[in-house]
Ligand binder design. Structure first.
Ligand code: NI
Length: 276
């Protein structure tokens, strides 16, 4: 065998090996997808089942399904203590919601379009969950306590969902709650308008039974994506288990990155919102 023939032979053997390896990988993937398909949970997509089972094989906690969601950086805790007044006039803190899942949105009742849209999305997600939705409380927290009185909140939340809780408070209480959730808000006055508007960040938060944020969703997320994330959380540990057994994002081994565009996802008069 001369040098050239030898080289060709080696290349042929290597090509053969590469083909075998590729075939093996394809077979394995096929088996994994098949297993994912067979082991799919109720309401779970094939991709979700695959990710969950792959994570289990690798000895990790199942990742929280978050289609349309934003993964929080590891160790970043959102949510926590607040002291506010609900739409029935009762003083409440985060402890009144302990053990329940919450879908929380910060906004203001004078908001012409974005807040109503997002609150409608939350209501639709809760309804989409059916019976499981009864374990989830939709919560609307105002960033405009000056105008959003208890009465205004009661009238407003009733338009979206019979179980939606409206929370207002003193400016200091609202500011503290917004800080815990890293919500930005600012009053905006425009000369051509008689009423001011609020510019504010616009995320929907899925809060776990321990009061910590498990998922957050960008504006215009589909109700189905939220419902899917809630189902994932319920599967990951149930109402009391998820908090202590590492169902939250803080304990998962998954790589979590907050995309830079996630931070300023707000809305207000500066972004084409106007009160007409
Ligand atoms: Ni708004």
């Amino acid at each position: 065998m001369d040098g050239g023939a030898r080289g060709a032979y080696v290349r042929r053997v290597m090509l053969h090996a590469v083909r075998l390896i590729a075939l093996g990988v394809i077979l394995l993937l096929g088996l994994a997808w098949g297993a994912a398909w067979l082991g799919r949970g109720e309401g779970e997509s094939l991709a979700e089942a695959f990710a969950r089972q792959a994570a289990r094989l690798l000895g990790q906690e199942p990742p929280a399904p978050s289609a349309g969601g934003v993964q929080l950086p590891q160790g970043m805790a959102l949510g926590g203590a607040f002291s506010l007044t609900d739409h029935t006039g009762r003083a409440v803190t985060e402890r009144d919601f302990a053990g329940r899942f919450l879908l929380v949105y910060f906004g203001f009742t004078y908001c012409p379009d974005v807040c109503p849209t997002e609150l409608g999305t939350i209501a639709a997600a809760v309804d989409e969950l059916g019976e499981a939705g009864e374990r989830v409380t939709p919560v609307f927290i105002t960033v405009d306590p000056e105008r959003d009185t208890v009465e205004a909140m009661a009238d407003y939340v009733a338009r979206f969902h019979p179980r939606m809780v409206g929370l207002t408070g003193t400016p200091a209480q609202v500011s503290a709650a917004a800080r815990a959730y890293r919500v930005f808000y600012a009053k905006v006055n425009r000369p051509e308008m008689t009423e001011y508007l609020m510019d504010h960040s616009s995320f929907i938060y899925l809060v776990g039974p321990d009061g910590r944020v498990r998922n957050l969703f960008r504006p215009q997320v589909a109700p189905e994506a939220i419902a899917q994330a809630v189902r994932g959380q319920l599967r990951a540990g149930g109402v009391s288990g998820a908090a202590s057994e590492g169902g939250g994002f803080r304990e998962t081994g998954s790589v979590a990155i907050m995309p830079p565009e996630a931070a300023p996802a707000g809305h207000g008069p500066g972004r084409g919102e106007s009160r007409s």
